[in-house]
Structure formats: C-alpha cells, structure tokens
Design a protein around this ligand. Structure first.
Ligand code: SF4
Length: 322
C-alpha cells in the first residue's frame, strides 16, 4: 500500500480515517494530535512566562505510552522557556519487570537531559508489589492495590515537585476502555469526574481529589499507533507485560473494543466523543447533589478522602497486620 499523503510505502492503515501512512507521515500525525490536544486543553496558560514558567511533571513508567509522550513533549517544548518538565517514575517492587523499565526511563531522561525523579513503594510505604501479591490480605487483584499506591505517589510527588500539571500517557484505547467500564458498571460518580479529567479536579477511578490538575495529551492516539511510533523512532520503551497484571475485566473490555473497532472503525473515537458529552451533563447534575461525597482529611496521612482513613492507609494497615 502507498502512503495517502506522499505515495511512499505505507507502514500502517488507519481504518477509522481511511488513510494509509508512511513512517514519516505516521510520526507527523501522532505528533500533530498530541500538540493539538495540548492546545485544546490549554495546557500552556497565558500566564506562563520565562520568568514564571509552567512546571509539568510527566508520569514516566518506561512503557511505550509514557516514553512516546515524554519524547514528543520534549521535541515540542524543550526549547520553550515557559515550560519546565520533570519526569517521575514509580518503582512498584516487581522483580524482573520494573528494573528494566526504570533503565528505559533513565536512558530516555539522560538522552533528553530532563530532570528525572524515581520513587518506590518500598521506600515510601515499606512494601513491594511482589510481597503484596503473596500476602493479599484483602483478597483482591494486584492492580487494585498497585493503582491506589501509584495514584498516591504521583499526586504527592507532583505536588512536592511544584507541578502545575501532572501529565500521564493514557492513549485512546485506555480512555475508551475506562469510559465503557464506567458506563457498564453504572458508576455515575466516575463519569462525572471524567468531565474534569483532561484538566480537572479529580483522578478518574480514584476517591481522591487531585490538587495538581491532570492531563492526558496522548488520549487521541490509538495504542497501536503509539507502539508503532515508539518502534519507528527507536525509543527505549520497555514492552514486557507485568507478571501481576490482573485486570481481567479491563481485558474483556479491551477485546470487545478491538472487535468492535475491527467491524466498525471509529468506535473508540465515537465512544469518547459521546462519553465526554455525557460526563459534562452528569457532572452538572452531580455537583451539589446529595450524592456528592464530603471530603475529609485522612486521619493517618492527611490526604483528601471521602472516608476517615484514605484507601492507601487502609490497605497499608491491612498489609501490616498480615
Ligand atoms: Fe501494578 Fe497491575 Fe500495572 Fe502490574 S499491571 S504495574 S500490578 S497496576
């Protein structure tokens, strides 16, 4: 097949748009969508100046998504004195998995000359995910513990590093999966929270209010295109799957969406367009309603929570009791 734009050999076919793209035009197209999202979400405020720059903390796991995001943001803003970028990596304590991806993060950060911070569950909480999986006092999936701990550290360090925004590498597939899961689970509060998720007060699927607004500039780009971009640009991404990956329900939704996308190209885009509109309506209804939970300070760590003790502290207490 030939590239729709220039006639060279195509490396991919995007059925949802009908285009075939060569290497150069695929890379250009991915970069354009990220930059457009940065613009449309107003990630660079007018108030940002070289004297008072905007600080972005980028969640860098070493996987293809965060590596591609960091690379494109660096290509776009490294020379912009209004923007300062810091990469933040969380080490969960997973033997044979996270060490390799941390190396990928270090390689990229060194190459880009970007400040890089590494924090671990072990240093912060005294636990490693390998041990959490063994003990499992709450009898739940590894990712349920891991997600709570990761969100806590991302928020805490984004704040400590003086971030104006916390940027993460969620792609279009991740976002469409989450949207569909929230709808199928009837999770109205999470749908409402999505309204602000692009630059909002809440982290999706989290009970905690976010003090540092979050952004997902990669959220218009399908996962396959992100993977292809990482490969073509020869980025140091770590591709191996986590041995504790346990989100069975998300896996089912992922398969369903891939099948739907194959038979009905554009499904992920239309889910997100509809979901964002729905989230706006639900958020209006939800704000100020009786269902909106009161926010308290966690009695142990002071984090904002809807309970007396935040979920992270409750999980750590139950792990300590094993
Ligand atoms: Fe943690 Fe699950 Fe991700 Fe593994 S797959 S790093 S356990 S959230």
């Amino acid at each position: 097949m030939e590239c729709t734009k220039c006639g060279r050999d195509a490396v991919m076919h995007a059925a949802y748009s009908g285009s075939h793209l060569c290497e150069e035009h695929l890379r250009e197209s991915v970069e354009r969508r990220v930059r457009r999202r940065v613009r449309e979400d107003d990630l660079v405020p007018r108030s940002a100046t070289p004297e008072d720059p905007e600080t972005w903390v980028i969640g860098l796991s070493g996987g293809k998504d965060s590596v591609v995001l960091t690379h494109i943001l660096d290509e776009t803003f490294a020379e912009d004195p209004r923007i300062e970028m810091i990469a933040l990596t969380i080490h969960e304590g997973i033997e044979g998995y996270r060490d390799e991806s941390v190396s990928a993060c270090e390689e990229l950060a060194t190459e880009l000359e970007m400040q890089h911070e590494l924090v671990s569950y072990e240093e912060e909480f005294g636990v490693r995910m390998d041990d959490v999986v063994e003990d499992d006092p709450e009898n739940m999936a590894a990712c349920a513990y891991c997600g709570v701990f990761r969100r806590d550290l991302l928020s805490k360090y984004a704040e400590e590093l003086g971030a104006d925004k916390l940027l993460t590498g969620h792609n279009l597939d991740d976002e469409a999966q989450t949207a569909l899961m929230n709808v199928l689970e009837g999770d109205v509060s999470q749908i409402a929270k999505h309204f602000d998720a692009s630059l909002g007060a809440f982290d999706e699927r989290s009970e905690q209010e976010e003090f540092v607004p979050r952004a997902k500039p990669l959220r218009d780009v399908p996962e396959k295109e992100v993977a292809l971009y990482a490969h073509l640009a020869d980025l140091p991404a770590h591709i191996t799957e986590c041995p504790h990956s346990s989100e069975a329900y998300r896996g089912e939704i992922q398969e369903l969406l891939l099948k739907l996308e194959e038979n009905h190209p554009g499904t992920r885009h239309s889910i997100m367009a509809g979901y964002e509109e729905l989230a706006g309506i639900v958020a209006d209804e939800y704000q100020g309603s009786d269902e909106e939970a009161d926010l308290n300070e966690c009695e142990e760590c002071g984090a904002t929570t809807t309970r007396e003790k935040c979920r992270k502290c409750a999980l750590l207490d139950s792990l300590a009791a094993v």
